[in-house]
Write a protein that binds this ligand. Sequence first.
Ligand SMILES: CC(C)(COP(=O)(O)OP(=O)(O)OC[C@H]1O[C@@H](n2cnc3c(N)ncnc32)[C@H](O)[C@@H]1OP(=O)(O)O)[C@@H](O)C(=O)NCCC(=O)NCCS
Length: 198
Amino acid sequence: MKAPVNIEVDGQATGSVGRYPSQTPSRPIPDPTVIDRYLCIAPDVVIGLNVKFSKFVNLYGCEVGDDTKIGAFVEIQKNAKVGKRCKISSHTFICEGVTIEDEVFVGHNVTFVNDTFPRATTGTGTLQTDADWHVETTLVKRGVSIGSGATILANVVIGENALIGAGCVVTSDVPADAVMVGNPGRVLRYLKPRGTHE
Ligand SMILES: CC(C)(COP(=O)(O)OP(=O)(O)OC[C@H]1O[C@@H](n2cnc3c(N)ncnc32)[C@H](O)[C@@H]1OP(=O)(O)O)[C@@H](O)C(=O)NCCC(=O)NCCS
């Protein structure tokens, strides 16, 4: 069985939590939701090796790959996946249904969306539950960079190595290597493809 995954917050080791993929937790986690006073990582989060966290993160039911850095005030919801060697900057929200492949840069205050027509309540006025709506998905492919303040609407695929400008609202698929800016996002130009190294 693999050793528990070490948690490092702002460069300081604070303990261990969660499980590496396919690892069954070997022991109960003392406090299942609070690992560090300012770090909320639920026990069902699958964390890779050498993942680094800033303070005030909130993660539940998600996966984070090896060597990824998660900034302060980041929330990652259940069934979201973040790949290896990613940088997720502070104040970003990654919702259920979002898959981020390896080596993706996500700037500050980036928002993903998984419900195109959100409602608080059902037609009869009761609060909606998970049964009352369905999760829409988003795929961010390898090597993408997303500028600060961007909003990524649901049902889009951002192609490999694309660059999303600061403040862009992405409403449709982004071709590989494209630079997209504006609201609604439009292709500004194309970058040279980056080398593959794996
Ligand atoms: C998108 C981006 C890469 C474009 O950089 P660039 O290729 O050097 O583009 P330029 O500065 O030459 O601008 C080209 C045109 O696009 C416009 N433009 C540039 N960035 C834009 C943006 N984010 N949103 C809207 N328009 C933008 C410029 O105004 C210019 O328009 P014009 O031709 O009508 O004058 C860059 O502006 C950007 O937003 N990078 C993201 C930075 C970021 O958020 N980093 C996060 C961590 S700090």
